[in-house]
Design a protein around this ligand. Structure first.
Ligand code: ADP
Ligand code: MG
Ligand code: MG
Length: 209
């Protein structure tokens, strides 16, 4: 199956809708182990993304994803803005100025985005960050496509993996970001960024599923 630029923009729009639906939950999670702004940060960021892509309609995948990434970097003050922004900017570079992407192109774009998060935040597995939801999802897409699954089935597997990765952050001790200042007191709470990252994967499953 191929993914069009319109479908890619649906991914971003659905992500913004999911963030709106979960703003309070994300802020609540961040109030336990951070500074209670993850929901509002992501809501402001995704609203800026929609405004930017409506103001500069993109002709190709790279332009769309880059516009999204730049809006996140420039409009979100917290750690999550540069991290998600880098995800989209690296994904844009991977996608290139094309009007259609194959399933494998999309898998590659997810890898590039994840590598951007790693380059920016240096998260390691188990540090209790967005990485812990994103990385298993990216791997699940690869595994499913390697087994010959459709993109829709690969993304369904990715949602399961992202949600499991998100839930697995609960017992983790935070080693990156504000939550790491709490040390042992960060244990027993779900990471807000892993929660929003799982929504990014859910949005992809809905857009391309
Ligand atoms: P801030 O912590 O600046 O207020 P947010 O609350 O918007 O920013 O985002 C917090 C989330 O960002 C965390 O839950 C975590 O998932 C993610 N995060 C923070 N630092 C890092 C990092 N170095 N690498 C990866 N993710 C990180
Ligand atoms: Mg915060
Ligand atoms: Mg903050």
């Amino acid at each position: 199956m191929t993914i069009t630029v319109t479908q890619l923009s649906s991914w971003v729009r659905i992500y913004a809708e999911l963030i709106n639906e979960h703003t309070e939950e994300l802020t609540q999670l961040d109030s336990a182990i951070g500074d209670a702004d993850h929901g509002t940060n992501m809501q402001r960021g995704t609203a800026a993304v929609l405004a930017a892509i409506d103001a500069n309609p993109a002709d190709d995948a790279a332009a769309l994803l880059k516009t999204a990434g730049m809006a996140l970097v420039s409009k979100v003050g917290g750690a999550s803005g540069p991290l998600y922004g880098t995800f989209f900017i690296r994904a844009a570079a991977s996608a290139g100025a094309v009007t259609e992407l194959s399933s494998h192109d999309f898998a590659k774009l997810l890898h590039a985005g994840l590598e951007g998060v790693v380059a920016r935040g240096k998260p390691e597995p188990g540090d209790k960050t967005m990485f812990d939801a994103l990385a298993p999802a990216v791997e699940a897409v690869d595994d499913a496509l390697d087994d010959g699954a459709s993109l829709s089935d690969a993304l369904a597997a990715a949602v399961t993996a992202a949600n499991a990765g998100r839930d697995a952050t609960i017992p983790m001790l935070a080693r990156k970001g504000r939550a790491s200042y709490l040390g042992e007191r960060s244990v027993g709470h779900q990471d807000p960024g892993a929660t929003s990252a799982a929504l990014l994967i859910t949005a992809a499953a809905r857009a391309f599923g």
